[in-house]
Design a protein around this ligand. Structure first.
Ligand code: NAD
Length: 331
C-alpha cells in the first residue's frame, strides 16, 4: 500500500483521484472508482439542475459505501449555472469532499469550509495555488500544461509546476495533467505530491459512460492528437484534435481575431455531449489530455486502480534499489 497525506485525509486506499469531467463524471463511474480504492468524483454541472445533482448523489450512495466527492468548475459558460445552488444541494445531501476549479473560487471555498468540507482545488499556477491555500483549501490539485480541459494561460508543464509546488506550498498537493499510468503516479509522488488526479484515463474504463467508439478513439490516439482552442479568448482548453476543433483554431487565427460568438455554434457543451452519446468523434468539441498517447486499453476501474497501485509500487521499490551507499557495499 502507498500511504500519503491524501489517503489519510480522504480515507482511501490508493492515492488516485478521478477528476471531474463534464458529461463523464456520473454516479456509475464515480462509485466504481471509489469502490476500487481511489476517490470517485461526480461532476455537478453534468446534472441539469441542483435537484438532479441530489438524485445523482443518492444514486452514487446506493452504488458505494466508500468516500466520493463532487466537482464544481467555475468557467465562462453559455448559460451561467447556479453554482451556489449546486453547492448547497451537495452539502445538504451530506457530501463532504469537493473538487473546485476555475475562476474566483473564494466564495465557494468559503461556503464549503464553513460546512466542514474537505476541498481539493485545481489550479495551474503557484500564485493561484497560494491564493487558494489562503482561502483554506485542504489539498491543491496542481494542473500541468498537459491536462485536458482548461490549463490556464501560463503554459507551465507539470514537471516544473510540481517541483515549484514542492518549493512553495505548505499544504498537501496532488499532481494533475498528463498522468495515466503507474509511472505517472510514481513520478507525482517523487515530485512531492500526495497523489495523482486522472481524468482522461478514467474516460477509458468499462464504467465510463461514454460511447465505445470514443474509448476506441482514445486508445488508438497518440500524444499529438490534442489541440488548444480558445487561446485567443483567454479561456484556453485542450480538446481532442478533430475537424471541429481544427475549424475553431482556424477561425481564431483569422486576421482581426474572433469573438466567442464566432465559434459558439461549434464549441457548445451540448454539442460536445453528443460526441459521447452518439460515438461520433467528429460531432463536436470533447476534452482530452495529451496522455491519450499513453492509454492503450479499456479496463474496469478495479483493474485499472489495482494496476496503477501495483505499477507505482514496483517503480518506487525499483528506484530504491538504485541507491548504493558506500558503507553498505559488500566486500
Ligand atoms: P458551455 O456550452 O457553456 O461552453 C462550451 C465551452 O465554451 C466551455 O469550455 C466554456 O468555458 C467556453 N465558453 C463559454 N462561454 C465563453 C465565453 N464567453 N468566452 C470564452 N469561452 C467561453 O459549456 P458546457 O460544456 O455546457 O459546460 C458547462 C460548464 O462546465 C462550463 O463552464 C464549462 O467550462 C465547465 N466545464 C467543466 C468541466 C469539469 O471537468 N467539471 C469540464 C469542462 C467544462
Amino acid at each position: 500500500m502507498i500511504e500519503t497525506p491524501l489517503t489519510k485525509l480522504l480515507n482511501i486506499r490508493v492515492p488516485v483521484v478521478q477528476g471531474g469531467m463534464q458529461w463523464v463524471g456520473v454516479p456509475e463511474l464515480a462509485a466504481a472508482v471509489s469502490n476500487a480504492g481511489g476517490l470517485g468524483i461526480l461532476t455537478a454541472l453534468t446534472q441539469p439542475t441542483p435537484d438532479a445533482l441530489r438524485v445523482a448523489i443518492r444514486e452514487t450512495r446506493k452504488l458505494t459505501d466508500k468516500p466520493f466527492g463532487v466537482n464544481i468548475t467555475l468557467l465562462p459558460s453559455i448559460n451561467p449555472p447556479d453554482y451556489a445552488g449546486y453547492a448547497k444541494a451537495a452539502v445538504d445531501e451530506g457530501v463532504r469532499i469537493f473538487e473546485t476549479a476555475g475562476n474566483n473560487p473564494g466564495p465557494l471555498i468559503k461556503f464549503f469550509k464553513s460546512n466542514n468540507c474537505i476541498v481539493l482545488h485545481k489550479c495551474t499556477t503557484i500564485r493561484h495555488a497560494k491564493s487558494a491555500a489562503r482561502h483554506g483549501v485542504d489539498v491543491l490539485s496542481i494542473d500541468g500544461f498537459e491536462c485536458a480541459g482548461h490549463p490556464g494561460e501560463e503554459d507551465i508543464g507539470g514537471l516544473v509546476l510540481l517541483a515549484r509546488a514542492a518549493q512553495e506550498l505548505d499544504i498537501p498537493y496532488i499532481a494533475s495533467g498528463g498522468l495515466a499510468d503507474g509511472r505517472g503516479l510514481a513520478a507525482a509522488l517523487a515530485l512531492g505530491a500526495a497523489g495523482a488526479n486522472m481524468g482522461t484515463r478514467f474516460m477509458c474504463t468499462v464504467e465510463s459512460p461514454i460511447h465505445q467508439n470514443i474509448k476506441d478513439k482514445i486508445v488508438s490516439a497518440n500524444e499529438q492528437d490534442t489541440v488548444h482552442i480558445f487561446r485567443t479568448l483567454h479561456n484556453t482548453a485542450r480538446v481532442f484534435k478533430n475537424s471541429v476543433s481544427t475549424e475553431v483554431v482556424a477561425i481564431e487565427r483569422r486576421p482581426g481575431g474572433a469573438q466567442f460568438s464566432d465559434v459558439q455554434h461549434l464549441v457548445s457543451g451540448q454539442r460536445g455531449r453528443k460526441v459521447y452519446e452518439l460515438g461520433d468523434p467528429e460531432y463536436g468539441i470533447w476534452s482530452a489530455g495529451s496522455c491519450v498517447g499513453l492509454i492503450k486499453d479499456v479496463q474496469s476501474c478495479k483493474e485499472l486502480v489495482e494496476r496503477l497501485e501495483r505499477e507505482a509500487e514496483e517503480i518506487i521499490e525499483g528506484l530504491g534499489r538504485l541507491v548504493v551507499r558506500k558503507g553498505n557495499a559488500k566486500l
